[in-house]
Design a protein around this ligand. Structure first.
Ligand code: ZN
Length: 259
């Protein structure tokens, strides 16, 4: 059963609205500020496009973008391994909200003269909150990805992920308990989501790193099958050649100029 409705296709990326999005209608703010709430989700969508279009610059595609009541998710086809790429992709989302806030700030005078000053001032503040909240280092939120990217060059990808995910889970538990005590159930749902997503991605990254380590060891396997031996073909490249090969053909292999 498909739980999402397709809103359209923007810049080659399918955009979906999750069916649970309508739960926002039960938020206390929905009764009085529905247009503002919808405008904020428009900004969330632009935030996700910030991630998606920056990822595209690094050759990483986006399967789709889905808007949930607790925020948006851009599903990248793969996660960048290079810390620099991850850093820029993670920062691009909050940067969009800061850019929107700056744009709103500059147009506030005009909007006020049109009687829309209050609405756009509120939207400005919401964008700043959105940028600030996403930059909290609760992996896998944007700030957590920034933390992993900054640690990645130092600790390596696996250990940086374990560290960032542990921080993320600890913050999620704290935030979840605090929200529960305040009966803020949307925030509790967000905390549970962050906790589970941090664990899931940590497991995935560790499995990936183990697989890569295994492949590297395989690449360094110098065992020789019977009837073969290793021959250097130049520039540090070695290959297996049958022992029966003539010395003339080996010479030809080793350096084409001898032909
Ligand atoms: Zn983001």
């Amino acid at each position: 059963m498909n739980m999402s409705w397709k809103l359209g296709r923007i810049a080659g990326i399918d955009v979906f609205l999750h069916s649970t999005f309508f739960l926002i209608l039960f938020l206390p703010a929905a009764a009085t500020h529905l247009p503002l709430l919808l405008a904020m989700f428009g900004c969330v969508l632009l935030h996700e496009f910030g991630h998606a279009l920056t990822a595209r610059r690094f050759g990483i595609g986006t399967a789709d973008i889905t808007i949930y009541p607790i925020g948006g998710v851009a599903r990248l086809t793969r996660m960048p391994r290079a810390p620099g790429a991850e850093l820029l992709i993670a920062l691009a989302g909050p940067a969009v909200n800061i850019a929107i806030a700056a744009g709103l700030y500059l147009s506030l005078g005009v909007m006020s003269s049109l009687g829309m000053g209050r609405f756009f001032a509120d939207l400005l503040v919401m964008n700043l909150v959105l940028a600030g909240f996403n930059l909290i280092p609760a992996f896998p939120m944007d700030g957590g990805r920034v933390l992993r990217a900054l640690l990645g060059g130092w600790l390596g990808r696996g250990r940086a992920t374990v560290f960032a995910a542990s921080v993320g889970r600890a913050l999620a538990v704290g935030f979840g308990v605090y929200s529960l005590l305040n009966l803020a159930f949307f925030q509790v749902a967000l905390a549970v989501f962050i906790y589970m997503a941090a664990r899931a991605e940590e497991i995935g990254v560790l499995a990936d790193e183990r697989r890569r380590a295994g492949e590297t060891e395989e690449g360094l396997d110098w065992s020789t099958p019977p009837g073969y031996r290793w021959i250097q073909t130049g520039r540090g490249v070695w290959r297996l050649a049958p022992i029966t090969v003539s010395s003339q053909s080996r010479a030809t292999w080793r350096d084409p100029r001898w032909r």
